[in-house]
Design a binder for this molecule. Structure first.
Ligand code: DX5
Ligand code: ZN
Length: 214
């Protein structure tokens, strides 16, 4: 299981120290939750702060755009290794994918809990990653929604049947227990914020998230 660490609930008054805590622990991605206060009921940070974070971290950046018009912002996040936008946003899906790929960045699409997975099946051939939200996007520290697990299983099955290559990632309420549920259902990557950064023993928590299969 790959691990993506979300900095959303970090202490931003000392973000270098927060990122230092995970920098030698083989975290696969640093997950940046960009929120515009319109697509989701919260504002987090934008490209400037994200670039500053990029400067102090060697971990590949995964940008999760929770904004109404992702196309307007994609180029500003050109330093990311992956850019994920929402299916429910106002922009044309194919145009957003094309723009991300034109920057040689991996393209991910995310769905909120109330969006059925069938709606995105037509664009999976061109996508590198699907992000299943297991909380309503907007805030860290929420409870994992078990009823979303069927989407992971469905996607895994669809991917194998159709010989597709995208990664399945899960975001929201991830801890050592819910990470196993995701893994057993077919997820490749889990995003964790609160579980990692509020842990007393971050190394142990990351190992627990990763599971015994590495
Ligand atoms: C929620 C964000 C998540 C969030 C996860 O809208 O997309 O990435 O930071 O936080 P935890 O791990 O606390 O649920
Ligand atoms: Zn996220």
């Amino acid at each position: 299981m790959k691990i993506s660490a979300s900095v959303l609930s970090c202490d931003f008054s000392d973000i270098s120290k927060e990122i230092d805590k995970i920098s030698n622990l083989n975290v696969d991605f640093l997950h940046l939750d960009v929120m515009d206060g319109h697509f989701v009921p919260n504002i987090s940070f934008g490209a400037h702060i994200s670039k500053c974070i990029k400067k102090i971290s060697k971990i590949p950046i995964e940008t999760h755009l929770m904004v109404s018009n992702p196309i307007k912002f994609i180029e500003q996040f050109g330093f990311s290794s992956t850019i994920i936008f929402h299916f429910e946003s106002d922009d044309n899906i194919e145009d957003a994918i094309e723009l991300i790929k034109s920057l040689s960045i991996k393209a991910g699409i995310s769905i909120k809990p109330k969006t059925s997975v069938e709606k995105i099946l037509h664009c999976l051939e061109n996508i590198d990653l699907v992000l299943i939200m297991t909380v309503e996007p907007g805030f860290g520290g929420q409870k994992f929604m078990e009823n979303q697990v069927q989407k992971i299983k469905f996607l895994k099955n669809f991917k194998e049947k159709n010989n597709l290559n995208f990664d399945i990632e899960v975001d929201g309420g991830i801890n050592d227990i819910t990470a196993r549920t995701c893994e057993n259902s077919g997820a490749d990557i889990t995003v964790a914020g609160t579980y990692i950064f509020s842990s007393e023993n971050i190394e142990k928590s990351i190992n627990l998230l990763r599971g015994k299969n590495g």
